[in-house]
Design a protein around this ligand. Structure first.
Ligand code: PEP
Ligand code: MN
Length: 347
């Protein structure tokens, strides 16, 4: 259930509604929109009696949301898309007219290499830098990242280029540490249903790039996204990174129909990761263009200066030269679908 407050409702009236919701054994979550406040009511549907809220001062109307992901549902914002800023400034905003590109290596491999690729990614025109300091691996004995040292390298790369940084957090106990350095916390596919981790990222305010679990349905995915929102962090960016199917010509199957489907169901921005989605660098440019044509709000692309020697995910990493060329064509595709994907100005 969603309680829509009148545009002129006072803060006291919103607090009063929240108190009534709590009194009913439910959890209120007030969401401040541009014109008005809505209070999402979270909890057991059977306890909800909407009639008692109708006459409360400041309340405009009550909306029943049938979907199991109430805060993530498109009805919650009356169709308005949520815009999420990553980093300082206006260079990287997801969910608006612009389509930012996050690019960088799969892993932070070392300071010199990171600074070199960060410079190249920036020169290519990308809007944010990615790189894993904590790496989830298919084989647990493989390289698992440089940890806090890697985070410090990412911070140095941000200082050098001005690009905001996106990096993965693997455990609830690392959330505070990672959010100290990162501009955006990534939740990887293997952790998309790690509810304790979702709670932890929901309890801090840095934006979250929330990747779809490789075996999750859209419904399950949006419920998990909702769980982050319900903890109080409104800054959740969805990310389609491909799912497991019987098809094996690609590492995962990248279902681009999920982009318009997610936008139909949710107000949250949706980024596409064509690197993990395909597993092959040669497929990344075409799938990036297709993702923008399908309406995505951003791209996350693995880019390495020497893919053959990358410590992780070399096969799916494009070179800075390919990225540079790609940025030009992304701008043209974006233009054709009334979006903007303008390369950033180089340092
Ligand atoms: C990554 O971004 O490098 C990564 C491990 O992604 P995913 O969780 O989608 O596999
Ligand atoms: Mn990777």
């Amino acid at each position: 259930m969603i309680i829509v407050m009148r545009p002129e409702a006072t803060a006291d009236q919103v607090d009063h509604v929240c108190a009534l919701v709590t009194e009913a054994g439910l959890k209120p979550q007030a969401i401040q929109g541009t014109d008005l406040v809505v209070v999402a009511v979270i909890g057991d549907d059977r306890l909800k009696d909407d009639s008692k809220f109708e006459q409360v001062p400041g309340v405009d109307r009550i909306m029943r949301v049938l979907s199991p992901y109430k805060m993530a549902a498109v009805e919650t914002t009356a169709g308005k898309r949520t815009e999420i800023r990553v980093g300082e400034g206006d260079g990287c905003i997801f969910g608006g007219v612009s389509v930012p590109v996050i690019a960088g290596p799969c892993s932070v491999e070392g300071e010199d290499k990171l600074l070199e690729i960060a410079r190249k990614v920036k020169a290519a025109g990308a809007h944010a830098l990615r790189g894993g300091a904590f790496k989830p691996r298919t084989n647990p004995y493989a390289f698992q990242g440089h940890g806090e040292d890697g985070l410090k390298m990412l911070a140095a790369a941000r200082d050098l280029t001005g690009l905001p940084i996106v990096t993965e957090v693997l455990t609830p106990s690392d959330v505070e540490l990672v959010s100290k350095y990162a501009d955006c916390l990534q939740i990887g596919t293997r952790n998309a249903q790690n509810f304790k981790l979702l709670e932890a990222v929901g309890q801090q305010q840095k934006p979250v790039l929330f990747k779809r679990g490789m075996a999750m349905t859209i419904n399950e995915y949006l419920q998990a996204a909702d769980y982050i929102l319900a903890e109080g962090n409104p800054n959740v960016i969805l990310c389609e990174r491909g799912i497991r199917t019987f098809e094996d010509h690609t590492r995962n199957t990248l279902p681009l129909a999920s982009v318009p489907e997610l936008k139909r169901r949710s107000h949250l921005p949706i980024v596409v990761d064509p690197s993990h989605g395909t597993g092959h660098a040669y497929l990344v440019p075409d799938m990036s263009r297709a993702a923008i044509a399908a309406g995505c709000d951003g791209l996350a692309i693995e880019c390495h200066q020497d893919p053959a020697h990358a410590m992780t995910d070399g096969a799916q990493s494009i070179t800075p030269e390919v990225l540079t060329e790609l940025m030009g064509s992304l701008a043209r595709v974006a233009d054709a679908v009334d979006r903007v994907c303008r390369p950033t100005v180089s340092v």
